[in-house]
Design a protein around this ligand. Structure first.
Ligand code: ATP
Length: 593
């Protein structure tokens, strides 16, 4: 089929201000297109060559495109640059230059959709030595056969700037009308699209095998599924009411969502936006490859930076440093280790689990995943039937370094709704957050044994603030970060004389560390915020009943406050004051990461 047909459709789309007219133009184009090239036609209309997740993008440099136009018209590149400067768009400049060449008219209609698509695809893929010349030569060849209008759109495509502004949903409408028996069948097409994230593929299946094939459409390993998203509420009772009185409450880990596709030892990872991020996370790839009891499966989860020596979750920002890395990956993997918390399963060995209720998916996930300590595990979950239980779970989640919780419906209709934001998943994040702007000086009252590289040393210290009124040290955080190797050595020695076999009488703690100390050593600690805590005893019952205050993401600043007595540590009153002073409403954040 002639490429000109596509170009005529582009022109109509650009000329209209009505959405319906766009759909109609697309309907006519799709009806005319032979099934075997319908996928290519769909991609071209989207201004791409493949679904986004394949990562094959056009985007030839301006200079190269200018050289190709010059070669096709046999004129000086400088002449094109003048036109480009005047128009601000190389496509329009090409149109005018081609129009001014009398020969151009004769070429019209020679190019086919396949020829243009295949050449652009070759240009997008070619790399390495000689690739610049090869790209210029290929583009010159198709431009030489193009009409002025074709040249305009080929130029824009080659630069990756077609920008017709046709939404995926409009293409789905047009496909349903042209080939799917009418617009009322659109949900079927949309479902297929949500399960494979590839409009060209959906079009091809529909055109070649009909609507019934789309009805049977299943998830496929290797094609990312558009992610299910959560609604948001800030009241646990309201959440429970929405879910029929009970729900699975899960930690909402603050990391990077990943959809992992594993097929006989080969694993692909997709981001929330369905980019293929496999090469950036070989560690997660390995964990997933060895971590499933099945030949083929698709699981979803959150990848979170973690301190392997203490098991603590670390702030999300750290994982950003791992994104987009090509060099020094090995070093980054060691410096910023990541754990994977699986929270859903969508496919296992021929069975599409997206249509199964959530409890069944969770059971399957439990039998599928071979837990590997904290490196590969399942999202922490409880079944909550009361608002109190949910609230309590929320506080534990925050305490453990999470953003809040995600409540999930466990009713029979709790299927995985690909590509949809719905009330079967409700996120509950804190409304208020108390940022810590100052450091505090805290007293060491206990220690937890280290693991991994910290084996034989202390992994984390139990730190307390001072309650002046009653002369008691109340715990406020577990400190495991910010220590250099020499600090670990030094602390071991420094704390040795204060070791005791039981909790000191002046210490108030719900946590039981491996070693207790007499309150004596004071360290300076920085943190990200002060939060309510079900575990730490500082300011117990002061802000909320059955909750204390804790410092989140604590870090040793490197300062030993040997100039301070433990009684000169930061007091409970000061912590309370900091909490109230810095309390801020958490901004609504709609991250698209
Ligand atoms: P947010 O900015 O709140 O993360 P979002 O728009 O990225 O929002 P939402 O659907 O609103 O995404 O919130 C769900 C997100 O929470 C998921 O995309 C996922 O990355 C993350 N998450 C963390 N833990 C879980 C879990 N146990 N179950 C589901 N999602 C989880």
């Amino acid at each position: 089929m002639e490429y000109l047909k596509v170009v005529e459709a582009y022109q109509k789309i650009q000329a209209t201000t009505k959405r319906l007219a766009i759909t109609e133009t697309l309907v006519n184009l799709l009806k005319e297109t032979p099934p075997r090239i319908i996928d290519k036609t769909v991609y071209l209309t989207q201004g791409k060559l493949h679904p986004d997740y394949e990562g094959i993008e056009l985007g030839m440099a301006e200079k190269l495109v200018i050289r190709s136009i010059a070669a096709a018209l046999m004129i000086e590149p400088a002449k094109i640059e003048v036109g480009y400067k005047k128009e601000g768009d190389l496509g329009t400049a090409a149109l005018q230059l081609f129009q001014s060449q009398k020969i151009a008219k004769l070429s019209s209609g020679k190019l086919t959709i396949e020829r243009v698509y295949d050449e652009l695809d070759r240009i997008a893929r070619v790399s390495g030595k000689g690739s610049v010349d090869s790209k210029i030569k290929g583009l010159t060849e198709i431009l030489s056969q193009a009409s002025p209008e074709e040249a305009m759109y080929i130029t824009r495509m080659a630069m990756g700037r077609l920008r017709l502004g046709v939404a995926d949903m409009t293409i789905l409408d047009a496909l349903a009308i042209a080939l799917g028996g009418g617009k009322n069948n659109r949900p079927l097409l949309e479902r297929a699209y949500n399960l494979c994230s590839d409009l060209g593929y959906v079009a091809r299946v529909l055109a070649e095998r009909g609507l019934d094939a789309l009805k049977e459409f299943q998830v496929t390993v290797g094609r990312p599924i558009r992610p299910m998203l959560a609604e948001r509420l800030n009241d646990p009772q309201e959440i429970l009411d929405k879910m029929g009185g009970e729900a699975a409450a899960e930690y909402k880990y603050d990391g990077l969502r990943m959809q992992c596709h594993s097929s006989i030892g080969s694993v692909k990872l997709f981001s929330r936006r369905l980019e293929d991020i496999t090469s950036q996370f070989p560690d997660i790839q390995g964990l997933v490859r060895d971590g499933g009891r099945a030949k083929e499966f698709i699981v979803e989860g959150e990848a979170v930076p973690v301190n392997l020596e203490t098991g603590e979750l670390l702030p999300f920002q750290l994982i950003s440093q791992r994104r987009g890395r090509k060099y020094e990956l090995d070093r980054m993997i060691e410096e910023i280790p990541i754990s994977f918390f699986a929270f859903d399963v969508l496919y296992v060995d021929g069975v599409d689990y997206t249509q199964r209720p959530y409890p069944e998916r969770r059971d399957k996930l439990e039998s599928l995943i071979k837990i590997q300590g904290e490196r590969l595990t399942l999202a922490h979950q409880v079944i909550a039937k009361s608002a109190e239980k949910m609230e309590d779970f929320m506080e534990h989640a925050i305490e453990d370094g999470c953003e809040g919780i995600v409540a999930k419906s466990i009713k029979p209709d709790s299927v995985y709704k690909a590509g949809a934001r719905g009330w079967t998943w409700i996120k509950y994040k804190r409304e208020y957050k108390s940022e810590m702007q100052d450091t505090v000086d805290l007293t060491v009252v206990g220690a937890f044994a280290g693991r991994g590289r910290r084996g034989g040393k202390y992994g984390a210290l139990l730190m307390a603030a001072y309650d002046k009124k009653v002369d008691v040290f109340r715990t406020v955080t577990k400190l495991g970060s910010g220590f250099k190797d020499e600090d670990l050595e030094k602390l071991q020695k420094l704390l040795e004389p204060y070791k005791i076999p039981h909790k000191h009488a002046r210490v108030d703690s719900k946590l039981v560390p491996d070693v207790w100390f007499v309150p004596a050593v004071v360290l300076e600690v920085a943190g990200s915020e002060i939060t309510l805590s079900p575990i730490h005893t500082a300011a117990w019952d002061k802000v909320r009943k059955d909750a204390g205050l804790a410092i989140r993401f604590p870090r040793f600043t490197g300062k030993y406050r040997d100039d301070k007595e433990p009684e000169q540590s930061t007091t409970i009153e000061e912590i309370l004051e900091m909490y109230h002073k810095q309390l801020k409403k958490v901004k609504e954040q709609s991250s698209t990461a």
